[in-house]
Design a protein around this ligand. Structure first.
Ligand SMILES: *Cc1c(COP(=O)(O)O)cnc(C)c1O
Length: 230
């Protein structure tokens, strides 16, 4: 076995009580490991690197829902646009516009999450609260027909300090609720009903994340073992 089946069952049971979705983060892991988890029924998988995602999607079953969870460069959107299920890390209007354009070429709508920067001490990608607000305002003024904004994504600080992590998750949940009410109050192409996903929590902090409102967690090393690359 290349995967930790006991951890998988435990995680699924924990998530079920909160109706949260598991994205199994398979970056740097071989197709054989993904296939093992797939055989147990897992369909949502997350990848960080465009080329790796494209290769795996070509080789693995077509009903896998591929989540792109890394930092996406505009010039690479075209490679994943034909098949990607959800793009988690969108943090600029420029990137949204490119996703919109590539989705139009594929005659589809692409679901995305806006990434918010919640880790106070680290430099990670993402929007701050003001930038998020500005972005939702510009989407109100100029809707994008081929992109569906489905929620927010964030990564907490990498620390043992649970109180700090809890504070960051709570902050993201607050922004999520606020953004959802903005979308509900404005006449947007964004359907408030589809703004329903809060992607937060990884191997080390997913339990805290679901207790604080996550609807989707992204778990890699607990399922597949530690990685040598980040
Ligand atoms: C790698 C990664 C994960 C999974 O991390 P683990 O600690 O291995 O569970 C989750 N989210 C993002 C954005 C990642 O890059």
């Amino acid at each position: 076995m290349l995967i930790n089946t006991a951890a998988y069952s435990t995680i699924l049971a924990e998530l079920a009580t909160h109706q949260a979705t598991l994205v199994a983060v398979s970056k740097t892991k071989p197709n054989e490991a993904i296939a093992e988890l797939y055989a147990l029924g897992q369909r949502d998988f997350g990848e960080n690197y465009v080329q790796e995602l494209v290769d795996k999607a070509a080789q693995l079953p077509k009903d896998i829902r591929w989540h792109f969870i890394g930092h996406l460069q505009s010039n690479k959107v075209k490679y994943i646009a034909p098949f990607v299920y959800l793009i988690h890390g969108v943090d600029s209007l420029k990137l949204l516009q490119e996703i919109n354009k590539q989705a139009a070429k594929q005659q589809r709508v692409i679901d995305v999450l806006l990434q918010v920067h919640i880790a106070r001490e680290e430099t990670k990608f993402g929007l701050d609260a003001d930038e998020l607000h500005a972005l939702t305002d510009s989407l109100a003024a100029q809707p994008l027909s081929q992109v569906r904004i489905c929620g927010l994504m964030g990564m907490a600080s990498f620390t043992e300090d649970q109180q700090k992590v809890a504070g960051e998750f709570s902050y993201l949940k607050m922004l999520f609720d606020k953004t959802r009410s903005v979308f509900a109050s404005e006449r947007l192409s964004v359907q408030p009903a589809s703004f329903n996903t809060l992607s937060m929590g990884m191997s080390g902090d997913y339990q805290l994340a679901i207790s604080l409102g996550a609807t989707m967690v992204r778990i890699g090393s607990l399922l597949f073992g530690a990685r040598t690359k980040p």
